[in-house]
Write a protein that binds this ligand. Structure first.
Ligand SMILES: [Zn+2]
Length: 257
């Protein structure tokens, strides 16, 4: 255990000297470097950028497609983090649903008659606790790199990086229900036995959208900490933590039933 910790510290030490750094908001009047979220210079109070009062939802969606780093910058610099709560709820629903399906599909426990509502509530709280924890973790990591960041900015950019997962819930979940009814979710019987090809197609689509969301998370982390490898490692760790919270939560809920 000690040795593992040492490797991580060593790796972080080397990442700290990455050469791919881009300067943050540099003040035109006094050359001071300011945090990405800053509106006025901390040294001389000069204005650093134009004010962004609200998030323009459709602009951010199209920016997430063409330039996720700029999308994340705009979210960070917006005074009000619009739609973040609604998006959190939909992402939380989809992710708890996936946790439930995985649990049923791999029969992590044989209690298939588990209470669906309880399971979703459990997954949902796990998602929120997980997201708060990840945003705190990220602010600590950025402090390690001597970068000033805010908790609410991390939370907002993470939720926006789940837009592909939110799209899955809005577009693919109705298709799953139409094609398979409830057995896509309960795996009783397995949808792969009943409609083999459509099942694989759906799994591949879900996989691709999750991959896309993962890449967005790397991009939004990069926006804050400006290091490629560190952003990738941080995202990996974060996804493992979030996944574990959701899956383990479901697993223990099954056992408790
Ligand atoms: Zn200044």
């Amino acid at each position: 255990m000690f040795q593992k910790k040492w490797i991580v510290i060593n790796l972080l030490y080397h990442l700290k000297s990455d050469s791919d750094l881009k300067k943050y908001l540099v003040c035109k009047s006094c050359n001071t470097e300011n945090p990405l979220f800053a509106y006025t210079c901390k040294e001389c109070n000069a204005f650093l950028r134009s004010k962004i009062p609200n998030i323009d939802f459709w602009e951010i969606i199209s920016l997430l497609l063409e330039s996720p780093v700029i999308a994340a910058e705009k979210i960070i610099q917006s005074d009000h983090k619009n739609y973040v709560i609604v998006l959190s709820i939909i992402a939380g629903l989809k992710i708890s649903l996936i946790g439930w399906v995985i649990n049923n599909a791999f029969s992590l426990s044989n209690a298939l008659s588990i209470n669906f509502l309880l399971s979703i509530i459990f997954g949902f709280s796990g998602f929120f606790i997980g997201m708060i924890f990840l945003s705190l973790l990220a602010t600590v990591v950025s402090r390690y790199f001597v970068i000033q960041t805010r908790f609410k900015d991390f939370y907002s950019i993470y939720i926006y990086s789940f837009v592909p997962i939110i799209a899955l819930f809005l577009l693919l979940t109705p298709v799953q229900i139409a094609l398979f009814g409830t057995y896509w979710f309960t795996f009783n019987p397995s949808p792969f036995i009943i409609k083999n090809l459509p099942s694989y197609v759906i799994v591949v689509i879900e996989g691709l959208f999750f991959l896309w969301s993962f890449i967005l998370t790397v991009a939004v982390n990069y926006t804050q900490i400006r290091r490629y490898i560190a952003s990738l490692i941080l995202t990996l760790i974060e996804w493992i933590i979030l996944g574990s919270i959701i899956i383990l939560g479901q697993y223990f809920l099954h056992i408790a039933n």
